[in-house]
Design a protein around this ligand. Structure first.
Ligand code: PEP
Ligand code: MN
Length: 269
């Protein structure tokens, strides 16, 4: 299998000057959902100010959800393709690459026109028509681990992308169902060294979704980077208490800036 370390060199790739899988970790930050044009532009500009302008740290990707995988059909489902126009504008204004989640294979072509990176959410890790379509699109893909998937199931899903001819693939750990009822999911930090050992793919950790509440996020971010992750993903929002999804876990700009200061001070980024 091509995802395995024994089948070749570790994979690293560049997207608009940002390297994934290299020496410098990547910070993927932005709101859970793109709620309107102003909030995604404002968030991207704040992230740029905090990382690029303040520290000259450029290994940054802006994230934002356009199609949201919500548990309830009555919850906010995202603005779809319209949100991708706003996300593209945020990327163009900051010069940073942008990423979004695609759930439906029929949306892959549209998304590929607007964004630099597409990600497969936890709930769609084994949506094989989606994986095949993403491989055909040829743009970099982040593959999140399902919260009930083994490492081998996750690697097999990644294999669909590599088998389809796509090599620009990274894995994202985002926590599994466990016995820790004080957090949203159990962050399986062990997968960081495991994936580095057994796989060719970069390993990134989403530190927001396992946390479920923002006070935990800085601890998980430090742990993930200390464990050797090739990057962290985290949710940042201009006014988390008013967010239309995941309001408890998103970081306001001030908290994001404090975390970046800490990571920088600790030499983790
Ligand atoms: C997300 O990153 O917006 C998301 C929905 O995460 P996950 O698929 O890991 O639940
Ligand atoms: Mn979210």
């Amino acid at each position: 299998r091509r995802v395995l370390r024994e089948s070749g060199e570790p994979i690293r790739f560049r997207v608009r000057g940002v390297e994934i899988g290299g020496e410098t970790p990547v910070i993927i930050a932005g709101p859970c959902s793109i709620e309107d044009r102003d909030m995604i532009v404002e968030t991207a500009e704040a992230i740029k100010r905090i990382l690029v302008d303040k520290y000259g740290f450029r290994n940054v990707v802006i994230r934002g959800g356009a199609w949201k995988p919500r548990t309830s059909p009555y919850s906010f489902q995202g603005h779809g393709a319209k949100a991708l126009e706003w996300l593209r504008e945020a990327g163009d204004r900051t010069g940073l690459p942008v990423a979004t989640e695609v759930m439906d294979p029929r949306d892959v072509k549209t998304a590929a026109e607007y964004v630099d990176i597409m990600w497969v959410g936890a709930r769609n890790m084994q949506n094989t028509p989606l994986l095949r379509e993403l491989a055909r699109a040829g743009k970099p893909v982040l593959l999140k681990r399902h919260f009930g998937a083994t490492i081998n199931e996750w690697l097999c899903s990644a294999e669909y992308l590599l088998a389809g001819g796509l090599e620009e693939v990274a894995l994202v750990e985002r926590g599994t169902r466990g016995f820790n009822e004080y957090a949203r999911f159990s962050l399986d930090i062990t997968v960081v060294p495991v994936v580095r050992e057994v796989s060719r793919l970069p390993i990134i950790v989403d530190v927001s979704h396992p946390a479920g509440r923002r006070s935990l996020v800085p601890w998980l971010a430090r742990a993930a980077l200390a464990a050797g992750a090739h990057g962290v993903m985290m949710e940042v929002h201009p006014n988390p208490d008013k967010a239309l999804s995941d309001s408890k876990q998103q970081l306001p700009f001030k908290m994001f800036e404090e975390l970046v200061d800490q990571l920088r001070g600790a030499g983790l980024i």
